[in-house]
Design a protein around this ligand. Structure first.
Ligand code: AMP
Length: 433
């Protein structure tokens, strides 16, 4: 399918697609839209940034156009993602403004949401907690919700929303169409799909355990204590907006303050911020009012800010799969992105886990789990760098670097994309001297 014209879409959607310059469907859209508009359930996996939102939003709107009273519910793991999804749906409704919507997310005033609900919205996008609050208050009725989307389902389960989703689904009619999207489809998602989907069609775009090939990723072995000074150097050497991931909420605030003091306009994003502050930060980042966003993994999933040229993993993620999602924040919609991960000795076991996720063949070949062996691994690595590279095994293997070129369109494993840089206090001094 080369264009949207070949799909039997309603005029309103076709016009809206033209307005937002969506000429050709992306692969996930080409696969999902025909199935979705036939009314079938979908179990879908796709890498981030592939156009997944419109892939389910277009069939969702088409389904509402067929039945006067029916409603659609979209569940997302984070408030930011819910808002982003709402924006996409709103743009697709530009010629269909008789369909009203409500975005029901935590941290926002109930009164405002109650007002939206009084207008009998037919599309509800929200996070599981707030949707349940409304169900408890009886301000939301889902008996007409004949179209259900579970977006970023793996993330919702990671965040402990499983019970909340089960509860919401008790209010939704059994006779409905369900589209479940997840970055990966591990066993627990498959189980969930048996519970909630009816004869779903499987839709999948690309391997989900690789970093997109348009992202140039470097790995830097570094001592913990010199991470910040190296960060400054990396920022100075890079162009464009930067998203820095750190481990804790507190660390995001501290780093954003320090960077601002050091002359780089920065803001932090974490789950402790009030919702209006979170919205303001995201709005200002989108509008390029500041260059650096320091975030926890709250920003790892789904966020679509096209101008993020760089992702810096100052700390590695707690969950290995979030590594892929973090990388997906740059190189959006085919643009070229750049990323670097700082790996200090204390990150080694996490890094090994990430590498095995990216390339299961490395199981048993990378590093050693546990603190004691980690120390040894680090020591051994320093001593035996050359021989390890030569015989191409053991700890060194995953760090074998090869620079990825823009014109290189291999669709191969992640380890091919690394470029190694060594960095230590000594080196900084040397370079500064
Ligand atoms: P998503 O994966 O839904 O977050 O979309 C990723 C990016 O791709 C967003 O910036 C979309 O606006 C863009 N996009 C999605 N579908 C299309 C399309 N058919 N044509 C052009 N851009 C698209």
């Amino acid at each position: 399918m080369n264009n949207f014209e070949s799909l039997s879409l309603s005029e309103g959607i076709k016009k809206a697609l033209k307005k937002i310059n969506f000429d050709k469907p992306t692969p996930i859209q080409a696969q999902s839209i025909p199935i979705g508009i036939q009314g079938k359930d979908i179990l879908g996996s796709a890498q981030t940034g592939t156009g997944k939102t419109a892939a389910y939003s277009i069939p969702l709107i088409e389904s509402l156009l067929k039945a006067d009273k029916s409603m659609a519910l979209v569940l997302t793991p984070t408030r930011e993602l819910a808002k982003q999804v709402m924006d996409v749906i709103t743009s697709l409704l530009s010629d269909l403004n008789h369909i009203s919507t409500a975005c029901l997310i935590g941290g926002e005033q109930m009164t405002r949401q109650l007002k939206q609900l009084k207008k009998r919205p037919r599309i509800i996008v929200g996070t599981p907690g707030r949707i349940n609050d409304h169900l408890d208050r009886k301000s939301l009725k889902l008996s007409e919700a004949k179209f259900l989307v579970l977006d970023e389902t793996d993330r919702m389960l990671d965040m402990g929303f499983g019970v909340q989703i089960d509860r919401i689904l008790k209010f939704v009619p059994k006779d409905r169409q369900t589209l479940l999207f997840s970055a990966t489809i591990p066993k627990e998602i498959e189980k969930l799909s048996l519970k909630y989907l009816t004869n779903p069609e499987r839709v999948s775009i690309g391997a989900t355990n690789i970093v997109a090939t348009n992202i140039n990723h470097e790995v830097l072995e570094i001592k913990q204590e010199v991470k910040y000074s190296k960060l400054i150097e990396e920022i100075n050497n890079r162009y464009g907006s930067i998203l820095i991931f750190v481990k804790t909420k507190h660390a995001t605030d501290k780093m954003a303050k320090n960077l601002t003091k050091d002359g780089f306009k920065s803001q932090s994003l974490n789950g402790n911020l009030r919702q209006n502050k979170r919205d303001k930060v995201m709005k200002d980042f989108r509008n390029q009012k500041f260059r650096i966003l320091v975030a926890t993994d709250i920003a790892a999933r789904g966020l679509d800010v096209p101008h993020i040229e760089n992702v810096i993993n100052f700390d590695l993620p707690q969950l290995a799969e979030d590594f892929i999602h973090r990388m997906g924040r740059t190189g959006r919609a085919g643009a070229v992105g750049s990323a670097i991960s700082f790996i200090s000795p204390r990150d080694l076991s996490k890094w090994n886990e990430i590498q095995i996720m990216l390339d299961p063949k490395l199981k048993g070949k990378v590093g050693i789990k546990g603190k004691k062996s980690l120390g040894n691994a680090t020591k051994n690595r320093k001593k035996t760098t050359r021989s390890k590279i030569n015989n191409n095994e053991g700890f060194k293997k995953p760090f074998k670097k090869k620079k990825f070129r823009k014109d290189d369109n291999r669709d191969e494993g992640f380890k091919k994309l690394f470029k190694k840089k060594k960095y230590s206090k000594k080196n900084i001094k040397k370079r500064r001297a």
